[in-house]
Design a protein around this ligand. Structure first.
Ligand code: EPZ
Length: 419
């Protein structure tokens, strides 16, 4: 098993072009199932989760190939509507293939995704919405067997109890080829939803309202292939900004999605670092020790502070001057990284959904284990701020979402090796 060996204490400076978004790529790859003809996706990040999505596509009979950061998917001849439990288990977001396969074939068999590192991850909202669209769903021995009786789901009016990203994506994927109009109230407003809709519109889908709470979709009989560029990854953006800010460094990020990153930038700015933005660039300078964030940092659905950026900002605030408070409102179990920070000398108290971080002048190196994707990335940040050497194991979690993080850190002048 590979690990990262990091020697901290250096001021990181550099420039980086951001990778494409993982959380856009996955639903867009699933959406390619709905299209007749080639879908060419540019800026597709080279990540284990993306390769897991490609394996699902290939298994059901699509042809999915990569050249650099371009993926080409052809779904003309699918031979199966069943996704094996083994493939479903590889990544939790495989559940979005349910809506896409229903939209394509009117039926599918997938398996119950179960919990994950972030705690229980139910799919009750996904299932209730699809049922409302006329899909018969049976759960049997860990399998979910779905069938639209007439071969096509029906448009429906759906009100989500919570703006779930995955449920919104599944409904959209099923609705774009359903019979009639679907309205989603209280839809997720995340930028990745807009990216999925942008891709689907390029394939001929009729969707409006994405980015707002009410999305309206008029089903079409068939979609066609297209060429599309995936949006930049706003969470990778938040990660490298937190990393460089924490080491009192300087960073230019190109290929950035500035408006989409604003909810994070407005909080990071409160730490005292200077941030300048232009159309697709973010420039950050952090000459001195960060200040704690005065207001409680509450994770919320977009446009609130993103839960995926909670751990990476917390790593930076472990060495800030003063006390910062986080409130995690999206996932039940998203503070598992804090034990590693404490092992590195951080002062953190967690009580339920609240974490109180009293900034320390210094952290020290330690051997820790990545608990999940963003938590693992946050441990890299803490190790880069710490005095001495750290080892981070189970980095397979980090490789799910970051293209060769050690190369980016090396470019910034950091000492980080994969061994
Ligand atoms: C997406 O997960 C992202 N994953 C997550 O990113 C992200 O943290 C999350 O949205 C929130 O922004 C992808 O896009 C692939 P949800 P998703 O459905 O769709 C509960 C990362 O680090 N819920 O919005 O699974 C659920 O348990 C990852 O890149 C139900 O109760 O998130 C959670 O508490 C991790 N029932 C909350 O809603 C349901 O049917 C939000 O989940 C569905 C969700």
């Amino acid at each position: 098993m590979q690990k990262f060996v990091i020697t901290g204490g250096r001021r990181l400076c550099g420039e980086l072009a951001l990778q494409g978004s993982k959380n856009s790529s996955l639903p867009i790859m699933a959406a390619a199932l709905l299209c007749c003809g080639d879908c060419t996706l540019h800026s597709c990040p080279k990540l284990t989760d993306v390769y897991a999505a490609a394996r699902i596509l290939n298994c059901v009979g699509c042809k999915c190939s990569f050249e650099g950061n371009t993926a080409v998917i052809n779904s003309e001849n699918i031979g199966s509507t069943e996704i094996s439990e083994e493939l479903m288990r590889e990544m939790r977001s495989s559940i979005i293939f349910m809506g896409a396969m229903l939209g394509r074939a009117g039926e599918c068999t997938v398996s119950v995704p179960g919990g994950c590192e972030l705690g229980p991850r139910p799919i009750d909202m996904h299932l209730a919405a699809l049922r409302k669209m006329g899909v018969d769903i049976r759960e049997s021995g860990g399998s979910i067997i779905c069938k639209a009786p007439s071969g096509r789901a029906k448009g429906a009016k759906i009100s989500l109890a919570f703006p779930s990203v995955g449920a919104t994506e599944n409904i959209i994927l099923c609705a774009v080829t359903a019979d009639g109009e679907t309205v989603i109230n209280n839809a997720a407003r995340e930028p990745e939803i807009c990216d999925l809709c942008g891709f689907l519109r390029s394939c001929g889908a009729d969707i409006s309202g994405d980015g707002e709470s009410r999305i309206i979709i008029n089903g079409k009989h068939q979609l066609h292939g297209c060429e599309y560029t995936i949006m930049p990854d706003r969470i990778v953006c938040a990660t490298y900004l937190s990393m460089v800010a924490a080491t009192k460094g300087e960073l230019i990020l190109t290929n950035a999605c500035v408006p989409e990153t604003e909810p994070f930038l407005s909080v990071l700015e409160q730490t005292g670092c200077s941030i300048y933005t232009s159309e697709k660039k973010i420039y950050l300078r952090s000459g001195s020790r960060l200040r704690a964030v005065r207001d409680r940092i509450r994770t919320m659905p977009h446009p609130g502070f993103p839960t995926d950026a909670q751990a990476v900002l917390m790593a930076a605030l472990c060495v800030a001057d003063g006390t910062s408070v986080f409130e995690e409102n999206i996932f039940d179990c998203r503070y598992r990284h804090t034990d590693a920070f404490v092992k590195m000398g951080a002062d953190i108290q967690v009580l339920g959904k609240v974490a109180v971080i009293k900034g320390r002048e210094k952290l020290h190196g330690a051997n820790v284990e990545a608990t999940d994707l963003r938590g693992g990335a946050a441990m890299v940040i803490a190790a880069l701020c710490a005095e001495g050497s750290s080892e981070i194991s189970r980095i397979c979690h980090i490789d799910r979402g970051y293209e060769k993080m050690e190369e980016a850190v090396g470019l910034f002048g950091g000492d980080m090796r994969r061994v």
